[in-house]
Design a protein. Structure first.
Length: 355
């Protein structure tokens, strides 16, 4: 006990670091844990001191080997990536740096949380949001849909009864009811159509979207294809994925309007394979990445955090459903859409696990 108190004061400056730091003996027993590590583990350092630090990782042996190597002077420092286990919390992916000190039996273990962590938390938030809003929308849409038919029908009956001067009003009712009906139908679309599963080739999906987009914008838009043709087929709903990619590409084209007019608009479809990646709270050995990149003005800052929410739109006449639907479709494939946008470059990335 005395020993660890004196160690604490000796290593106190580590508490000022944002990096997670532990000082351990060569057998892995913790001598000191800094405040950032305490925080990350969600426990107090009193409970960490004297325990085996190796056991805090999914693969304890890796740290043990590293410590043994440092002790026997095989190397002065060693770096590797690992997963830190945290009681009652998710695994934390970290970059581990094990370094010798002047003292033979005191080894510094530094843990740098990987950038991935930040991404993962953002994704989890997205997923939770999507889940909550999906349910809300679905219920709300049903509630609107039912009386809507009645309103429209009643307006039609009224139209037959009243003199022709007044039909202007009933027309408005019918027109607006129809507009709402279209909106509600779109909201309910993902829940209505059965999920049709077959073998999907992502490049067929891209090609289809490309031809639809080029038919709409035959001039002023260059569509670049950058495909990794080694990507295997996967089980999925082709039509849904086409719709998802089309919604994203459509947005890009809307954003590119000025550049299309100027003749230098560019839309890129880029496919890649990602290995050992984590999204949607799960780690996948293999996943496909489809980037849809445009050189437009970027997503307006005011709505950047909310573009996947329903009814959030940054453009005149937009209903704010395109991305909500796209996200739903991709999530039905256990995937996720992310957006990274700045003026001149907007990148929508679709991630889908591969077999
Ligand atoms: N590539 C992009 N560049 C700039 N802004 C974008 C881009 N993609 C999306 N946005 C912004 O995100 C908003 C939401 O897009 P979303 O597709 O969900 O709705 P919408 O396009 O407004 O309406 P619709 O339901 O017809 O698709 C858009 O209105 C636009 O402001
Ligand atoms: Mg849209």
């Amino acid at each position: 006990m005395k020993k660890s108190t004196s160690s604490s004061s000796r290593f106190q400056t580590f508490d000022l670091l944002a990096t997670l730091v532990a000082v351990v003996h060569s057998d892995g027993a913790v001598l000191f844990a800094n405040a950032a590590l305490e925080d990350a583990l969600g426990t107090s350092r009193r409970l960490i001191v004297d325990t085996d630090f190796g056991a805090s990782f999914t693969e304890p042996q890796v740290l043990r080997n590293a410590l043994a190597g440092v002790k026997s002077n095989d190397f002065a420092a060693l770096r590797y990536d690992a997963w830190l286990k945290r009681p009652n919390r998710d695994l934390l992916p970290v970059h581990v740096i094990v370094t010798q000190t002047d003292h033979p039996d005191e080894i510094v273990v530094e843990l740098l949380p990987l950038e991935q962590q930040a991404r993962q938390e953002r994704e989890e938030r997205l997923l939770d949001q999507a889940q909550a809003t999906k349910e809300l929308i679905r219920n709300l849409a049903h509630e609107i849909k039912n009386p809507l038919g009645g309103i429209r029908g009643a307006a039609q009956l009224l139209e037959m009864e009243i003199d022709s001067q007044m039909t202007e009003y009933t027309r408005v009712i019918i027109h607006e009811a129809d507009r709402l009906q279209t909106l509600v139908d779109r909201l309910l679309a993902p829940h209505r159509r059965p999920h049709v599963v077959g073998d999907v080739n992502i490049h067929e999906v891209c090609e289809r979207v490309r031809s639809l987009i080029l038919a709409e914008f035959p001039k002023g838009l260059r569509v670049v294809r950058d495909y990794d043709t080694s990507i295997p087929e996967f089980r999925g709903d082709r039509e849904q994925l086409i719709q998802a990619v089309l919604n994203i590409a459509h947005n890009a084209c809307h954003a590119l309007a000025e550049r299309v007019a100027a003749g230098d608009a560019q839309l890129t479809f880029r496919t890649r394979v990602a290995r050992q990646t984590t999204f949607g709270k799960q780690r996948y050995k293999l996943a496909l990445e489809l980037h849809v990149i445009d050189n437009g003005p970027g997503v307006p800052d005011s709505i950047k955090d909310r573009i996947f929410y329903p009814l959030v739109s940054g453009r005149e006449g937009g209903s704010g459903l395109g991305l909500t639907l796209a996200q739903t479709f991709v999530q039905q494939h256990h995937g996720l859409i992310e957006c990274d946008s700045e003026p001149g470059r907007t990148d929508f990335k679709i991630l889908i696990p591969l077999p």
